[in-house]
Write a protein that binds this ligand. Structure first.
Ligand code: C2E
Ligand code: CA
Ligand code: CA
Length: 437
């Protein structure tokens, strides 16, 4: 039984063949590769399904050609492929390096043909040897698939060997995602605020809302630890909405009490772009809390704009129509596209903390930061630098005209009560920033 499109074995047949191979394994080892084509959707969307199908056939051609060690291969679904190969004398690492090099060669071949596609082959490898030959074929493939998922998350490594530690990661992921609804109901999420400082006056001019998860035993789970998991499960949407609601409530309460306020920026996860219900949710919040639109801003990461420019533009447009500002977050952390900066209607650019990675600024970093700030100015985009930790960094940013600064040098993200004191102390003689405009 064959897969109609590619002519490869059906996945069930692949598993049967693999089990038979394991029975007669002897001293040899079998490497299972599980490969997925990153950005394949772009091909279907841009060139059409026929071209997408042709690409899959070509991919099968490259993975099977001249491969004398190949035992069997199958398409699991869509653009996910598995192969089983005899490893011969190669060590695990050597085998990984071979696949890594092949993936790079194939990528170059395909990218030349499908221009602008950023195609990438991500492979996970699991190995069957004498020690674990009793593992059933499906588990061996699922281990390779797990390694493939790890490979897909990495920027620069498209090829990863399975290890037991990955199972721990999955356990943690399941533990976290299954606990989230309870954490929301228990109000375990807290919103912290990190002040933003105006360079010219060194006064508080805004803040960013950052989520913190404090477990009932008092310990914190930091965003970098749980956000990637809940982005995959889609639960980030609920957590974001929770943060938005708390922030609106905070601002509305202060305004009602006649206290000073500053605009607060909210992070937007890439997951919102799938359903685009965020605009409606935010509109309802403005309706409910009746706070001025200028008091809320949104941060979209540079990578969101790059991965899904059309949807990102639609979202920015919707937010602008509502009257809120939008920033490009983490600029410089990935493939920075200066071209993108000039094409997108964003109001603020947030330079990522990677530019300030050393306490003492390198000459080359200085050049890049000052060029980006200069360009932003010419495009009439406000510039903000994140991760400012030292006086020297802050002084340099002031010298080159970066308008806003955020970082530990001024304040860490702080709980609401502390932020309230921060506002009261910093804006003593000053009018409420933006309120009532
Ligand atoms: P981000 O949006 O880039 O947020 C800035 C991160 O840099 C924060 O980490 C902040 O604590 C940290 N930071 C600020 N100043 C400094 C500094 O001077 N030095 C250094 N080394 N770090 C600094 P945090 O709070 O751990 O958040 C990590 C990421 O998690 C955020 O990166 C953001 O992408 C995401 N995140 C946090 N809260 C939310 C949320 O409510 N919704 C969504 N969608 N994402 C969130
Ligand atoms: Ca942010
Ligand atoms: Ca950032």
């Amino acid at each position: 039984m064959k897969d109609a499109l590619t002519g490869l074995d059906r996945y069930e047949v692949f598993l049967e063949k693999l089990e038979r191979e394991c029975e007669t394994l002897g001293d040899d080892r079998i490497a299972i590769t599980y490969t997925d084509i990153k950005h394949f959707k772009y091909i279907n969307d841009t060139y059409g399904y026929q071209v997408g199908d042709a690409l899959l056939k070509e991919f099968v051609e490259v993975i099977t050609r001249n491969n004398e060690t190949l035992l069997c291969a199958a398409r699991v679904y869509s653009d996910n492929f598995v192969t089983a190969n005899r490893m011969g004398d190669y060590t695990d690492q050597e085998y990984r390096d071979i696949i890594f090099r092949l993936n790079q060669e194939w990528e170059a071949e395909f990218r030349e043909k499908y221009l602008n596609s950023r195609l990438q082959f991500c492979t996970g490898i699991s190995i069957i040897d004498k020690g674990n030959r009793n593992l059933d074929a499906e588990t061996a493939v699922s281990n390779a698939n797990l390694a493939r998922k790890v490979a897909k998350e990495l920027e620069n490594d498209c090829c990863v060997l399975f290890n037991r530690g990955m199972m721990e990661g999955i356990k943690r992921e399941v533990e976290i995602t299954s606990y989230i609804p309870k954490a929301i109901a228990n109000q375990e999420f807290k919103v912290y605020y990190q002040p933003k400082i105006e360079t010219d006056t060194l006064r508080l001019m805004g803040a960013e809302a950052l989520v913190r998860w404090q477990k009932p035993d008092g310990t914190f789970v930091y965003p970098d630890e749980f956000i990637p998991f809940i982005e995959r499960s889609g639960q980030i949407v609920d957590v974001d909405y929770y943060v938005y609601r708390q922030t609106f409530q905070f601002l509305a309460d202060r305004l009602k009490a006649g206290k000073k306020v500053v605009p607060i920026s909210l992070n937007v996860s890439r997951v919102h772009l799938n359903k685009m219900q965020i605009l409606e949710y935010v509109r309802d919040l403005f309706e409910e809390f009746k706070i001025p639109f200028q008091l809320i801003e949104f941060e979209l990461t540079e990578s969101i704009y790059l991965d899904n420019t059309e949807k990102a533009l639609e979202l920015v447009d919707g937010l602008h129509k509502m009257g809120t500002k939008v920033s490009m977050d983490d600029f410089g952390s990935g493939y920075s596209s200066l071209n993108l900066l000039s094409r997108l209607p964003i109001d603020i650019i947030k330079l990522d903390k990677v530019f300030l990675k050393d306490d003492h600024l390198q000459e080359s970093d200085k050049i890049i930061i000052s060029c980006v700030i200069d360009m932003a100015k010419r495009l009439q985009i406000t510039s903000l630098c994140e991760g400012v930790e030292t006086k020297e960094q802050s002084g340099y940013l002031s010298q080159i005209g970066c308008e806003i600064q955020q970082g530990y040098y001024f304040s860490r993200p702080i709980p609401q009560e502390e932020f309230e004191r921060f506002i009261d102390e910093n804006l003593q003689e000053r009018e409420t920033v933006c309120a009532g405009q």
